[in-house]
Ligand binder design. Sequence first.
Ligand SMILES: *Cc1c(COP(=O)(O)O)cnc(C)c1O
Length: 406
Amino acid sequence: MGSPETPTPTPTPSADWHPRTTMVRGGLARSENMETAEALYLSSGFVYPDADAARRAFDGTDTRFVYSRFRNPTNSVFEERLAQLEGAAVCRATTSGMAAMTAALVCRVGVGDRVVASRSLFVSCHWVLTELLPRFGVTVELVPGTDLDAWRAALSRPATCVFLESPSNPGLEIIDIPAVSALAHAAGAVVIVDNAFATPVLQQPLRLGADVVIHSATKYIDGQGRCLGGAILTNDAAYDEEYLLPYLRNTGPCLSPFNAWVMAKGLETLDLRVRAHGESALALARALEGRTGVRSIRYPGLESHPQHALAMTQMNGGGGAMLALEVEGGQEGAFRFLDALRLIDISNNLGDAKSLACHPATTTHQRLSDEECAIQGIQPGLVRVSVGLEDTRDLIADVEQALAAV
Ligand SMILES: *Cc1c(COP(=O)(O)O)cnc(C)c1O
């Protein structure tokens, strides 16, 4: 990795690395101090040796750091590492997943443009699509994500962007990314995929035909519930240069360097964690299937999931760590179940080392009408479980004793 006389300030090539190596070493850019870990640059600005160096930095002749709203050395390590994992040329870190989602769409659309999106969505994504974009003269059409005929019909007319979430939150629908991308491209649309649930360990949407990936790094990338963060990744140079980069630089939803440092650290263990989360989630789902008190259990890794086969091919054989559990007794049953949990916490967050459960209909998705909830498969008895990293046996025991209380 170089000697003190020859520091290596630029990222090391990673063409031959397997993902787990990239997670630990991708994007590493040591300073002249040759620190082992990634350095934390808590600096808003940067200085220049002379006035002409400043001029060259601003006209693009030099690529030095200018201002942390534009670029920051710690953020660059996180961005480069995640870019390598997603197979992206470009990664732009943002202050949250919602900042990433909003920027990815708003930067690209204008009056008269059309967006087609899957219907089963994280509720803030639903708000941006159905409340925010229409204010600026953008038409948005929502389609049932698992229905390719519906996508085909919606994309028989030109569209500017397609947005989808797979697996979806909290319904855990799996959308056929290659098929939807092909239809979208024929309609002239940029395909934006929210990859928060799958992470690059299980799914790399750019390799499946999508053009842009967004992340809530808050979830599995941090993985321990400490910091908010997001990212936008793409191989589409025109999208990045003409739309995304000017939008981000001028509106400023940039990630704090401290949070970028936490996220880069989170990526080091992403593969290990996502696999451990998934093994536990599968064991828990199997333990719950057909049990008294359980009306249904939705988990992409179970054979009973309607898109199980697609999930297995599209998600590298994994099902993720989110379960949708419908308990008997509607909302009352769900509340009794949640209140009886002793280990799993009631929380609307997800992707934490701690297992968390919530009642989407009255919390995360409260804003939706009963009718919209029904369409999205959010039944009154539905409990969303984010399976953490505790011992699987303790999780199964906790859920079993809580079910006994329903
Ligand atoms: C949490 C989440 C978001 C939003 O991310 P924040 O970091 O909370 O802003 C977007 N999409 C999905 C699927 C999520 O789970």
